[in-house]
Design a protein around this ligand. Sequence first.
Ligand code: ZN
Ligand code: ZN
Length: 413
Amino acid sequence: MLGHDLPEELDHFLAAREEELIAFRRDLHAHPELGYHEHRTTSRVSLRLAAAGLRPVILPKGTGLVVDVGDESAGNSLVALRADLDALPINDEKNVPYRSTIPNVCHACGHDVHTSALLGAGLFLAGQAAAGTLPGRVRLIFQPAEEVPGGALDVMAAGGIASVDRIFAVHCDPRLDVGKVGTRTGPITAACDKIRVRVTGPGGHTARPHLTADLVYALGKIVTELPAALSRRVDPRSSLSLVWGRVRAGSAANAIPDDGIVEGTVRCLDDEAWHEAPDLLKALLESVASAYGVIAELHYQRNVPPTVNEPVSTAILETAAAQVLGHEAVTPSPQSLGGEDFAWYLESIPGSLARLGTRAPGSAGDFDIHQAVFDVDERAIGVGVRLMAAAALTALHANGPSVPDRLPDGVGA
Ligand SMILES: [Zn+2]
Ligand SMILES: [Zn+2]
C-alpha cells in the first residue's frame, strides 16, 4: 500500500510548483504546434526535465520524447504515464492573456493541460526517486501527433513501451467539474476512421437524366442510404455510426456532373465491428451505386481502434484517485464516440485512460473540446499531477512483491 503521507507530500509539492505548472501551460497554450511540428513544445518539456536531473530522449522524428524516472536498482517494474503534445488547426477565439499567438492553431483539446500535468507528476516522482522511495521505474511519454493521429505508433516503433507493465493517461473532460475523475472499464473512446466516396458517371443535360446517370441524385441516395443500411446490418450495441462532413458535386444548375465526392467519419465502440466495417461499407456502396448506374469508389482510411480500458489498471486508477482526491472524486465516465490514439498502446499492454474534469463548478456555459473557445479551470493541472503520480505509485506497489493479490475494498465497483 501507499504511504499515508502521499496526499500531504503532493500538497507540499504543488504548493511549491503549481504556479510554475500553470505558467508552463499558458506558455504552451500561447504557442501551440500541430502534430509532428511540436519542436518548441518538445524543447520546453525536455529542458525542464533536464533541469530536474532527468535524461529525456527525443523520438526519431524529432518531436516528442520519453524519459525514465528512477533506476532498475529500485525494482523491475516499469509503469508508463502518457501525455500528448499537439494542438488543433482551429483559430483561438478566446479573449485571454494566454490566447494562441499562432493563427489557426489552438490547444482546443487540452493537450497543453495533459503535458503540464505529466511534467508535474514527473517532477514529483523524480523527487521520490531521489529520496529512494520510488519502488520501480516510471516512464514519462510525451507523445507527438495524437490528433493527426499516429504519434502513439511512433512511440511504439521506437520501443517506447517494450518493457512497460502498465500505462495510464488522462484526457480533459469539460463536462466534468474540476476535481472529478471519470473512469470506465472497457471501451471509453471509439474507433474513428475516415471515408471518402468518389462517384463518377458520363454526365449530361438535366433535361435527359435517363440518357446518362443522374449523379447528384445517386450521390444523395448514397448519403442517406449508407448510414441507414448500416444501422440495420450491424449489431446496434457496437454503436457503429457513419456521419458525413463534406459533399461536393457539380457546377451548373442544368448540367449533370460527371463526378462528385462525399466524405465522412465511421465511429465504432466494438473491435469486431470495427474490423468488419470496410468490407461491409464497400458492399453496401456497390449495391446503391449500381441501382443508379454510377461507379462509386470507396477510400477507407483506418485511424484508431477503440480505447478499451483494462479492468485491473482501471481499478488502480480508481484506488489512486480515491487516495489523493477523495472517494467522491471518482465518477463513472460514459463512453465517447471521440477517437483517441492511446488505444494503440492498449492493443499491446494493459492500461487505462481517465477523464480529467476541467469545468469550473457552477459555470454557466458548457465548453466542448475541439471548440474555438475551449478553456479549462487550471486547477485541473494540479488534479492531474496528483492522479498520475498516485496511479504510477499504486501500479508499482501492485507489481511489487509485498502486495496483496487483491486491491483494497471498494475498488473496481
Ligand atoms: Zn482532440
Ligand atoms: Zn485530445
